[in-house]
Every structure is written in C-alpha cells, then in structure tokens.
Design a protein around this ligand. Structure first.
Ligand SMILES: [Zn+2]
Length: 338
C-alpha cells in the first residue's frame, strides 16, 4: 500500500509541523490533520470483589487524566469502540471456548486460571477491550498510530484464558486486519514484563503473524511457550541493559519479517516498584522504551497500534504515570519530519 503509506507519512509530517512550528506558517498542505485516536473501554465495568489484586481503577484514572490534559490541547480524541463480534473472536478462539465464556459455563479451574469472577459484564468488558484493539489497528493503518487504553491480554490462548486475560486482543485484531485486507504481515512486539505465552501459541503455526516477547525469565508464566523471538531478561535488569536488548531484539525481529503493521504491548510492569514484575526499570527508562519502539517503526513507516498491557505497582498513580507517558509518546510519533 505505497500510496496509503505516503499519505500517512504526510499526515504525520503535518502533525509534527503544526505542533512544533504553529506560528511559522509552515503547514501548506491539503492533507487533513489527524488527531491520534485513543479507544477506551473502562466505562464497561468489570465487577471485582473487594481487595481483588487487579488494579482496575487505573483505566478510568488514565482516561480522566487524558481528558483533563491532552484532549483540551487538541492532540487526540477519546473514542468508544464497538464490541468485538463472535465472528471476529472466532478468527482466533475456538467455538467451545467462546460459548463457555458467553454462557459462563467454565469449570472452577478454568475460572481460577482467568482470575476474574465470571459475569455478563466481564464478557462485555472483554469484548470491548478486544474491540478497542481492533479499532486501534484500523486507525493505526490510516493515521500511523493509535492506542487502546486497555488490552494487551497476551496470556489468552485459542481455547482458554489465564492471568487476567480472556480474549487475545492483539491476535484477534491482527486476523481482522488481514481478513479486511488492511495488512498481510503483522508483528506483535510484547514488552510487558510477563511472557506472551498465549500469543506465542496462537501465532506459532502462522507465518503471517510474528511474535516478539521481551520479559523477565523468572516470572509468570513459569512454563513459557516459544514464540518467534523471545528475549528473557534476568531479574533486576535496569534501564541501560534493557534498552540495549530491546534495540537488538527489534532489529533481529524485522530482519526476517517485514511487517505491514505492529501491535505494541507497552506493559507498565517492568517498573522497579511493580508487585508482579521483577525488573528494575525507572519511569524514564520506560519512556525511552516507548519512544524507542515508536521511533524504530516510525522511521520504517510501519503503523503501530498500542495496547497498555499489565501494571501492578502498589501506587496506582505510578501505573497511570507510565501508561500516560506511553500515550504522550504516541502523540509525538510525528516527531521526525524526515
Ligand atoms: Zn504483565
């Protein structure tokens, strides 16, 4: 899609010029400006018992902060995505699993593995979160970058869920893009601190979807599933080593696979104060990570759809800070006019 790519490039360039040189009249193009589209699903409540360890409140706090700061600046728009349909979910998930999730006929073991109590609201929330990744993927193809303010549910397999993951949003969205003819080759760059075992299993025999996961070696899931590229880091890894490994991994990934579109899982859980991660990245390091990924693919003119993925720091505002910085990095994607 060379023409579409050129239009996108021009759009991003216009965005850059307008943001950085608003008073200098540099913008002399007919290409209309695109606000970065951010898709949210937190208004669909997922009821959890008191004291549940999943920090569900982070999503609403993140949206509120974006609404109060970035939206008034005219840099992005918040949008509610449609729910993922059965047809879309069936591109990845088995009929039996879909039925069990829809009807709540999960065994106790299956439900415990997911980690959320079943309710019709849980189903709707999971559909919306996956719908947000589908919407972000379509928007990224058009605009260069777009964001799902949730998602990144990479422990979901074709026939089962685990680790707070019901549907595998990135895999479903990748197959939707392919089905709609919007992309042929999709890469999933998973920088959540946990290995994307569900994603690895789903994409294992699919040469059109490439999975790259960089995670902590000693962390959940304790039995990893081999993906196309796995980089396992030792506990307590700090910024510098992490970023070097990431750059090396990205180059290796695109060496043998030239993607039309990338899903980036920007987990907040490599953060030093995360309860469930074991790495030692600072907020500045995580920001460099986000900018590094977006710059890497921006230079190659590859659209990027971003999902937030995990984040379990004790201070919920720390998680929100990290996710917010990821969104800010997305808004700066047009930063290179070359
Ligand atoms: Zn995680």
């Amino acid at each position: 899609m060379p023409l579409q790519g050129t239009v996108r490039r021009l759009q991003m360039k216009s965005l850059y010029l307008t943001r950085n040189y608003p008073a200098q009249g540099l913008l002399k193009t007919n290409v209309s400006l695109c606000l970065v589209k951010l898709f949210y699903s937190d208004t669909f409540e997922l009821p959890l018992p008191a004291g549940h360890r999943f920090p569900m409140a982070k999503y609403t706090r993140l949206r509120n902060r974006i609404e109060a700061t970035l939206v008034p600046e005219g840099r992005c728009e918040l949008l509610l995505p449609p729910a993922a349909t059965d047809e879309q979910l069936s591109l990845v998930h088995t009929r039996g699993y879909l039925e069990a999730i829809k009807t709540g006929e999960l065994t106790d073991v299956e439900q415990r593995r997911i980690g959320f109590p079943w309710s019709p609201k849980m189903v709707e929330r999971s559909r919306r979160s996956t719908g947000a990744s589908i919407a972000a993927a379509r928007a990224a193809i058009k605009d260069g970058v777009a964001v799902n303010l949730a998602g990144g549910t990479h422990h979901s397999f074709a026939d089962s869920g685990q680790g707070f993951c019901v549907f595998n949003d990135a895999c479903v969205a990748a197959k939707v893009l392919q089905t709609e003819g919007l992309a042929k080759r999709v890469m999933i760059v998973d920088l959540d601190v946990h290995q994307g075992n569900g994603t690895a299993a789903i994409t294992k025999d699919d040469p059109t979807v490439y999975s790259f996961s960089m995670h902590c070696s000693k962390n959940y899931p304790f039995r990893k599933t081999e993906g196309d590229l796995d980089v396992a880091l030792p506990p307590a890894t700090e910024d510098e080593y992490y970023l070097a490994q990431m750059r090396f991994g990205l180059k290796r990934a695109v060496d043998g696979f030239d993607p039309d579109c990338v899903f980036y899982l920007a987990g907040a859980d490599p953060f030093v104060d995360d309860r469930l991660g074991l790495l030692s990245l600072t907020k500045a390091g995580l920001q460099s990570r986000d900018e590094g990924v977006l710059d890497f693919f921006g230079r190659r003119d590859v659209p990027v759809a971003i999902a937030m993925a995990g984040g379990y720091a004790d201070e919920i505002e720390d998680i929100v800070d990290i996710h917010f910085a990821t969104v800010q990095a997305a808004l700066q994607l047009g930063g290179s006019p070359n």
